[in-house]
Design a protein around this ligand. Structure first.
Ligand SMILES: Nc1ncnc2c1ncn2[C@@H]1O[C@H](COP(=O)(O)OP(=O)(O)O)[C@@H](O)[C@H]1O
Ligand SMILES: [Mg+2]
Length: 248
């Protein structure tokens, strides 16, 4: 498709997991050198293809372990797929694991600068936008507190606030919106809508199927690493909900 900003082509991801029980690292290396370790291949994503179009909010749904986060990591370039290819046009702001890119020992203020630089923002920009970041995250009173003391909601607020500071071409949001409280979720949704109107493409993964229905135009449904369905939200979500209630 011509206006695809992300093209996922026949992507598979295998993880190698040792079958042996090894008590320590020394034993592991001895067994490794003697080639006594047996590996078991686990396919987390299997022959998945889809396009994400410029400016759309694209949802990925599926049960736990269906390969959603693995897929997002491949799109973000954090993981290299075993097979297939991903083509991405533009800058990506990945919000994948809660607290990734944060140092728990540092304060919120320090983490804004740390995480901002991880995301590639110039220090001068972070300085200029610092107040806005803290305001959005509603962390005025906690700016100088080590974030190891934060709740998961506070982490999520800070992470989202930093990642959306500069409008990226592509925003990837994995589950983090579901940890904040209701009001914050609405605020994030508003910001996502702003970004959409500014042309940002969003990939959204959440357990909150209502949120998928409110925000996404199209949805990919992953099941055990395979693409079970792909299409308009209005078509896919009812099927997904029905499958869930049947217990499959
Ligand atoms: N680094 C890894 N090593 C081994 N297995 C992994 C790794 N990352 C994910 N998996 C496995 O791949 C499957 C898909 O995981 P994930 O992509 O996190 O699913 P989801 O985000 O849909 O819950 C799970 O069975 C998970 O245990
Ligand atoms: Mg996940």
């Amino acid at each position: 498709m011509s206006n695809a900003v992300i093209s996922v082509r026949d992507v598979s991801m295998d993880f190698n997991m040792t079958k042996e029980k090894v008590d320590n690292l020394k034993e592991y290396f001895i067994k490794l050198v003697k080639q006594q370790l047996r590996f078991e291949k686990f396919t987390a994503v299997s022959h998945v293809s889809f396009d994400v179009l410029r400016g759309e909010v694209f949802g990925i749904v599926g049960l736990n372990g269906s390969g959603k986060s693995t897929m997002l990591k491949i799109i973000s370039g954090i993981l290299k797929p075993t097979l297939g290819s991903v083509e991405v046009k533009g800058t990506i702001s990945p919000l994948i694991e809660l607290g990734a890119g944060f140092d728990p020992e540092l304060t919120a203020r320090e983490n804004v600068f740390l995480n901002g630089s991880v995301l590639g923002f110039p220090r001068s920009l972070i300085k200029e936008k610092y107040k806005e970041i803290i305001d959005f995250a509603e962390l005025h009173e906690f700016q100088d507190v080590a974030i190891k003391n934060f709740s998961s909601g506070m982490y999520a607020r800070l992470g989202f606030s930093i990642a959306t500071l500069v409008r990226p071409d592509i925003l990837i949001v994995d589950e983090i919106l579901s940890v904040g409280d209701f009001l914050f979720q609405r605020k994030c949704e508003e910001r996502i809508r702003d970004m959409m109107s500014g042309g940002t493409t969003v990939i959204l993964v959440t357990h909150d199927i209502d949120q998928i229905q409110r925000l996404c135009s199209r949805v990919a449904w992953l099941e055990k690493g395979k693409l079970r369905e792909l299409g308009a939200t209005a078509q896919i979500c009812p099927k997904y909900i029905a499958a869930g209630s049947e217990g499959n």
